[in-house]
Design a protein around this ligand. Structure first.
Ligand SMILES: NC(=O)c1ccc[n+]([C@@H]2O[C@H](COP(=O)([O-])OP(=O)(O)OC[C@H]3O[C@@H](n4cnc5c(N)ncnc54)[C@H](O)[C@@H]3O)[C@@H](O)[C@H]2O)c1
Length: 260
């Protein structure tokens, strides 16, 4: 079912982290603008609930349960997009996790490895398997989800911050490498956003007074509020659309002025 603005008519869009706050909002935008969406998430049930809802409204989409850290799973979601819809035009490489909050002396290396696996290995694997498919199609657009924590330090979240800096390095490198193939690669960098992840971070940083962390973070944001999933989805869909045809290798803050 088509509604209004149709920037993705007939395009095949793959979104990872599909069952989360940003994933759900973004998938709805892509679907409403005419895309055929493959919703990828570790949590297959929540991804299917979303795609069932969208299918019942007449949108073309399907869900794949996959762990983005596992090469076989990544191959499988890309093959699914090719079999079901004929290829991939857009990848929103968005699955991520926050990990634990600790001083460096207490850093849990298993947690560090897990954060790097999801946030960095997952992003590399997505691009590794999608780029050849895009090359065969004559081009495409990739958006990787970094963070304002990929652009400056985040003292309470060292592993997460390191992983998001790595996402930016990957984005810039693959953008320079694949521009010649008409594949654009950009990063979206949200500030703290209302939703599950920030509630968890606030709780981990100050278990006895999570609200104080929330207030302190809001005080650093010139526009005086957290981002919303809709704020992020607006940037992501813009970057993946033809309106952004000359944007490649860039970092796009959605942060109310934090990084200004
Ligand atoms: N929420 C924020 O404040 C914020 C700010 C900046 C950047 N980000 C980034 O945005 C992205 C999405 O975050 P969100 O706020 O929607 O978080 P979320 O926790 O609501 O969603 C994350 C989704 O990723 C999925 N996921 C986690 N590990 C996975 C794996 N190994 N394989 C497949 N799926 C996996 C989860 O099941 C979940 O559905 C993340 O990369 C996050 O780091 C979030």
């Amino acid at each position: 079912m088509a509604t209004g603005y149709q920037r993705f008519e007939g395009k095949v869009v793959v979104v990872t982290g599909a069952a989360g706050d940003i994933g759900r909002e973004t998938i709805q935008r892509f679907a409403r603008e005419g895309a055929h969406v493959v919703a990828v998430d570790f949590n297959a049930d929540r991804a299917s609930t979303l795609t069932n809802e969208l299918q019942s409204q007449g949108f073309l989409c399907s869900a794949v349960g996959a762990d983005v850290t596992q090469e076989a799973d990544v191959k499988r979601y890309v093959e699914h997009a090719c079999t079901e819809f004929g290829g991939v035009d857009v990848l929103f490489n968005n699955a991520g996790m926050e990990g634990e909050s600790s001083d460096i002396g207490d850093c849990d290396l298993d947690d560090f490895d897990r954060v790097m696996a999801v946030n960095v290995r997952g992003v590399i694997l997505g691009m590794k398997y999608v780029v050849p498919v895009m090359q065969a199609r004559g081009g495409g657009a990739i958006v990787n989800t970094a963070s304002v924590a990929g652009m400056s330090g985040a003292p309470g979240l060292t592993s997460y911050c390191a992983s998001k800096h790595a996402v930016i390095g990957l984005t810039r490198s693959v953008a320079m490498q694949q521009g010649v193939n008409n594949i654009r690669v950009n990063a979206v960098c949200p500030s703290p956003m209302t939703g599950r992840m920030m509630s968890s971070i606030e709780q981990k940083m100050q278990p006895d007074d999570a609200a104080a962390v929330h207030d302190a973070l809001i005080a650093t944001i010139p526009l005086g509020r957290y981002a919303t999933p809709a704020d992020v989805a607006s940037m992501v869909t813009h970057l993946c659309s033809e309106e952004a045809a000359f944007l490649n290798g860039g970092l796009y803050p959605v942060d109310g002025g934090v990084s200004a």
